[in-house]
Design a protein. Structure first.
Length: 314
């Protein structure tokens, strides 16, 4: 089992330096930065953190080829790969909230596959033309600099089997972003043999009840997006009710079982139990998402690094 930790892109450079230094004390395998709409682009925080992360892979979780052309995605990842001395990864996803931009996302699965292929084409500095359905690059239009690596590990984010099947051909891992649900592992395992990561809102604290209360507040912002994506969720009455509730009401009305499906929340023992269930289901990596703790993310990182990770490293 591998472990990642993910940060929102809403902080200042000095904050990311402190977080990177805290993470680097522990055996995390991956450090991610979200690239959610209207937050800072992930590449900034990743480059601020890169000099202070000496072991873990770093990457965006995740970029989408509707707001960033795959040529620019390839360039960003090449720069990050240089800054990390070959420890960059690329996360690609369809994305959420893009209706705010009025963007059309027709044929998203095919679009995502072709974007991944385009990035691979560019990083490999191939001289032949790339002539796809959505993206084009003329023959001879190769990068005018040499990337550190001609390919980087690629992660495709998805909740669906169709995209999971596509990922099988172009990616090294799939990630279910916003889920802590073991049933999702089995659901997607029917479509792919790739390593599988689940990542979700995380709040860990010695006060388990306070952690779960905080997680409810945080999760209420994301739940309207992710709950409808979980095909294993069998509570239509709650889903219908949740779709009409404001964030505060949704947090107060959130059943314990729903919280555990979509967040890692509680003390170290509770988090360990959740990870054990995911490992038993076949997950190969867990990504602990923001905000991590009640008010001090570095203290929460220490709890994860000293209490949770060692349990599984043994």
């Amino acid at each position: 089992m591998q472990f990642g930790i993910a940060f929102q892109s809403n902080k200042r450079p000095a904050d990311y330096v402190a977080l990177a230094q805290a993470v680097d004390r522990y055996a995390f395998d991956v450090v991610s930065v979200y690239h959610d709409l209207l937050f800072q682009p992930a590449i900034g925080p990743l480059l601020w953190m890169a000099p202070h992360i000496h072991r873990a892979r770093l990457g965006p979780a995740a970029l989408n080829p509707w707001t960033i052309h795959p040529l620019e995605i390839a360039g960003q990842i090449a720069a990050l790969d240089m800054a990390t001395n070959g420890r960059a990864y690329l996360g690609l996803v369809r994305g959420a909230w893009l209706d705010a931009l009025g963007l059309e996302q027709g044929r998203p699965v095919e679009h995502l596959r072709e974007a991944a292929q385009f990035v691979q084409h560019v990083l490999a500095r191939r001289e032949e033309a790339f002539d796809g359905q959505f993206f084009y690059l003329a023959a001879g239009a190769a990068l005018r600099y040499a990337p550190l690596r001609t390919a980087v590990p690629m992660i495709i984010g998805t909740w669906g089997r169709r995209t999971a099947r596509v990922a099988q051909d172009v990616a090294d891992e799939i990630k279910v972003g916003g889920s802590a649900n073991p049933a999702m592992v089995g659901y997607l395992r029917e479509a792919t043999t790739l390593p599988m990561c689940l990542g979700a809102v995380t709040v860990i604290d010695s006060d388990a009840q306070a952690a779960r209360h905080k997680a409810r507040q945080e999760l209420a912002l994301y739940l309207p997006v992710v709950a409808r994506l979980d095909r294993t969720l069998d509570d239509p009455e709650w889903l219908a009710r949740a779709s009409t509730q404001d964030a505060q009401t949704l947090a107060e009305d959130m059943p314990e079982a729903i919280l555990d499906r979509f967040a890692f929340a509680g003390d170290a023992a509770a988090i360990i139990r959740q990870v054990e269930a995911l490992a038993a289901a076949g997950a190969t990596r867990i990504e602990f998402g923001t905000p991590h703790g009640l008010d001090d993310p570095c203290a929460a990182i220490a709890l994860l690094g000293e209490r949770v990770l060692p349990h599984f490293r043994r």
